[in-house]
Each structure stands twice: as C-alpha cells, then as structure tokens.
Write a protein that binds this ligand. Structure first.
Ligand code: PHE
Length: 340
C-alpha cells in the first residue's frame, strides 16, 4: 500500500493539462468515487490495525496533494490568474507579430493581372525549363537566326535542346498548341538570361506577356488595349507612343513608350530628357507562329505583347536599382506596407 501511495505521488508531480477538459478528466481519474486515490481509501480497511495510523496519514497527504494539483491545473485557465501552476502567464500581452508586406514585384504583377482581367484576359502558367521548340523555333526563330543571340540563353550543357526560358512567349506557344481560338490570356512568370548583374539588368527577372487571337483582330485593337493598360497602370493622363521594332514572332512589331511619369513629358533624368520611357514590346502575331501551333492564319489573326515587371515597378515606384528586388532587405520591403 505504501508503495502504491508513493507511486501515485510521483505520478501527480508530473501531471500536466493543456485544456480544461483534460483537468476534469484528471480530477475524475484520481478523485472521483472510483478514482485511483479514492479506491485506496476502500483498501484502507484491510490495513492491519497497528499500521492504520501511519498509512492513514500518508493516504491523507496523497489526497491533499491530488486535490492541490488539480486546483493548480485549473488555475491555468482562470483568466484572472497572472501566473499558472506551470509558470505560464496567460494574461501577458502577446509579442508583436510583424504582418509583413507583399513584395513590390508581386504587387505590380497582381495589378497587371487585375487590369487585364477586367477586359477578359485569364492567366496561364508554363514551365521555366523549356525546350528549343517552345522558346525559339515555334516562335519563328530559325536555327541560325541572329535574334537568338539577343536573348543570351542559359542552355543545359548535356542537352542544348533544354534551356531556361528567356521569355514567357513559350507559354503563348503552349497555349496556342492546346487551345482553340478565341484566346485572350496573359502569362506572368520568371525568365532567365545570361546577363551580368547590375543596377539595370539581372540574370533572373519577371515578365507578363499577353496574347489575343480571334477573327478580325487588328493593330487598332492592340493599340487600344495597350493604351487602356497604360492609363490604368500609370494614370489617366498617361500618353503612349509606338515605335517600329523587330521580333521574329510578330509582324509588324513595335515598342511602346509611355509619357514620363516624373516630368510629364517635359524631360528629366528618368526619361533621359526625351519625355518618354520604353515599357514593352508588341506586335501582330506572325502567321508562321500561328501555323506552327496549328492555327489557321487565313482565318485568325492576333496580337501579342510582353513587358518586364521589374521595369514597370521601377517606373511606378521610382526605384533606381534593380538589385533591390532580389536582396530582400526589409528596409526596402517595409516601404510597401499598405500598397495595393
Ligand atoms: N518576348 C519578347 C521579349 O521577351 C517580348 C514580346 C512579346 C514582344 C510579345 C512582342 C510580342 O523580349
């Protein structure tokens, strides 16, 4: 009997409870009529008379200890108690939780998705590790085409057919291969080019490209869509300008400038005193690119455009060094608290 009492005492010392239900469970286990402690009182009758005094005292100690332990455990859940049996103070105010901020590139990407979403564009995604067909050949880059050099590609040494995509135009190809027109989609994603890292370039950056294919899509639709985007992104007063350019997968091709946000067009450092800043490449999808994906270029026409999210973000927030996007310095990131 004495051994049993000692054993229960040690057990009681180790008791813990995380919820009020657990405390109640323990109370029943030890102190209810059929509880482990109470049962010993029944057995007490069998203790020889000469030991009754000693064992009775130990038994009472055990009962008090059990009661005290249960009371202590209960205290944990008493909201007025400052410290609990386990030494935890549940009334202490919690430590400040820093809510964090969205990365500026995510803010701008989401904004671009939202702006195009309003005119019916949905979002599609594709692999970052691509094959030559989807990144180049289907886009009308011939094998020795000098435009391949424009993109400074990372190839996989063991298999030059595999590369890191240099633009998300590869997702346009995948979409055209698998979807019947009309197609109205944008393709945000990470792209890779073998460039030295500087304030104005990085070997990893982000793009959003767009594609609209249907019957009777014309350059007018392209221009109107991009004007809508520029005004939504940079403000109603924004002007656009299209300059002729070259991409293998669009004909005709253009580059779009927006009037400088800083000086409004009168000339400053940001726009290098031209009043304009370049933000994207665009054009009418080359019939060869459509045919490569099984779309009949006699029935369908379309336009495509592509922009760098870093560039748009730098303009919008007047960020002068592209490396800031990748360093994850909280002093930089914290400045975007509460941004949309
Ligand atoms: N893919 C081009 C680039 O990364 C951008 C672009 C997309 C141009 C669609 C025209 C049309 O430079």
């Amino acid at each position: 009997m004495k051994d049993r009492i000692d054993q229960l005492k040690t057990e009681l010392d180790a008791l813990m409870a995380v919820t009020q239900e657990e405390v109640e469970h323990l109370r029943l286990k030890y102190l209810s009529k059929k509880g482990l402690v109470s049962v010993l009182f029944d057995d007490f009758k069998t203790v020889p008379a000469e030991k009754k005094r000693e064992v009775g005292q130990l038994l009472n100690e055990l009962k008090n200890k059990a009661q005290q332990k249960i009371d202590d455990l209960k205290l944990q859940f008493d909201q007025h108690a400052e410290t609990t049996a386990t030494g935890m103070d549940l009334t202490r105010p919690a430590d400040d939780l820093d809510p964090g901020t969205r990365h500026p590139l995510s803010i701008v990407r989401n904004r671009i998705i939202e702006i195009f979403g309003r005119i019916g564009y949905t979002v599609a995604d594709g692999p970052e590790i691509e094959d030559d067909w989807h990144n180049f050949s289907a886009l009308n880059f011939t094998p020795d085409h000098p435009a391949r050099d424009m993109q400074d590609t990372f190839f996989i040494a063991r298999d030059p057919d595999i590369l890191l995509r240099t633009h998300t135009s590869s997702v346009q190809i995948r979409t055209m291969e698998s979807t019947k027109p009309p197609i109205r989609m944008i393709f945000p994603g990470r792209v890779f080019r073998n460039e030295a890292i500087s304030a104005r370039a990085h070997c990893i950056f982000h793009q959003v490209e767009g594609l609209y294919i249907d019957k009777n899509v014309s350059f007018v639709d392209l221009k109107q869509t991009l004007m809508y985007f520029a005004k939504e992104m940079f403000g109603e007063q924004t002007q656009i300008r299209l300059r002729p350019s070259y991409f293998p997968f669009t004909e005709p091709s253009g580059e779009m400038d927006v009037s400088c946000l800083i000086c409004g067009g009168s000339g400053c450092n940001i726009c290098k005193h031209t009043g304009w800043v370049e933000i994207l490449g665009c054009g009418m999808v080359d019939p060869n690119a459509l045919e490569n994906c099984g779309i009949d270029s006699k029935i369908y026409t379309g336009f495509a455009f592509g922009m760098g999210i870093e560039r748009i973000t730098m303009l919008k927030y007047q960020i002068k060094d592209l490396r800031l996007f990748f360093e994850n310095d909280v002093r930089f990131l914290n400045q975007f608290t509460g941004a949309f």
